[in-house]
Design a protein around this ligand. Structure first.
Ligand code: PEP
Ligand code: MG
Length: 300
């Protein structure tokens, strides 16, 4: 079994009909990079930076963040590492950053909304990311984007910080998480503002079906195979490919064997999942025929 896994690790994730799908890892800490490589990850598709901020009374500063981002970039090099800017609010809170109580936190001050309003958080994070980008292939991913103006503000802020860093900043690509239905519906406009998309199905399903992702009473509605969700993914992929930018899926659906055939059928370029899910996903992708994937979206 161990020998089988090692063999599998070195095989490409290509369907039986010859379509390549990139398999990447979702990580929370740089120390997990080794597990990602052992599982055969071709990159990190989602590095959730909020874990660096959790379980501590203070906030990590620029140097501590730089060390973490550099470590994951170096461990994965030359593979790409997509690092998401701090995504708190909603269901994610930090002890060191008390937030105002909100009636509807999932519809409130979270993700990029909060980050753009808090340059005291955003600027040290951007400096750490751009400095780490000199040590590997670092891409920056913006969570909870609902409108083009947010991406423009984020890019302007990143460019301002980059100008201040001069030679200390490395090159980067900027990506948008598609996890609000508005972003999928206006994906053609957003595609003009970014170098890649990453679909966050956990939130996209929640917002599309208006079903709280953490509430077991509505869990039956939370289905990434719902035609409404698949149509939004389809729109997103078409809009991205029309502009020549790639699309990843980094929500739980990306590693779910029931959903993978539909995502491949819709033309998703990359699936990003916990490292432990990669070997099974690769076996599945390698077995998929064109008939399998067409059946997965029949009638859509
Ligand atoms: C998602 O919403 O699918 C996602 C990947 O982000 P998170 O689960 O961290 O909200
Ligand atoms: Mg999300």
């Amino acid at each position: 079994e161990a020998a089988g896994l090692a063999r599998l690790r070195d095989l490409p994730a290509v369907t039986a009909y010859g379509r390549k799908v990139m398999l990447a890892a979702n990580l929370a800490r740089a120390a997990e990079a080794r597990a990602a490589l052992e599982a055969g990850a071709e990159g990190v598709g989602l590095f959730r930076t909020e874990f660096l901020f959790l379980d501590r009374p203070d906030l990590p500063g620029e140097e501590e963040q730089f060390a973490e981002y550099r470590a994951v970039a170096e461990a994965m090099a030359p593979r790409p590492v997509v690092i998401r800017t701090l995504d708190i609010g909603g269901d994610k809170f930090l002890p060191a950053l008390p937030l105002p109580r909100e009636e509807n936190p999932f519809l409130g001050w979270r993700g990029i909304r909060l980050w753009l309003d808090r340059e005291d958080l955003a600027v040290p994070q951007i400096r750490a990311l751009l400095r780490a980008a000199r040590h590997g292939e670092v891409h920056i991913l913006l969570p909870m984007v609902a409108d083009v103006s947010e991406v423009r503000r984020a890019r302007a802020l990143i460019e301002r910080v980059r100008a201040g860093l001069g030679e200390a900043a490395g090159p980067y690509k900027l990506g948008i998480m598609v996890e609000v239905p508005a972003a999928a519906l206006a994906a053609d406009r957003l595609a003009a503002e970014a170098e890649f998309f990453s679909i966050g199905t956990n939130d996209l399903v929640q917002y599309t079906l208006a079903a709280d992702r953490g509430n077991p009473k509505v869990a039956a509605l939370s289905d990434p195979l719902h035609p409404a969700v698949l149509r939004l993914i389809d729109m997103t992929v078409r809009a991205a490919h029309a502009r020549g930018i790639p699309v990843a899926v980094c929500g739980d659906a990306a590693g779910d064997p029931r959903v993978i055939p539909a995502l491949v059928a819709l033309g998703v370029d990359e699936l990003s999942m916990p490292p432990a899910a990669i070997p099974a996903a690769k076996r599945q992708v390698r077995s998929l025929t064109e008939a399998d994937v067409q059946a997965a979206i029949r009638g859509l």
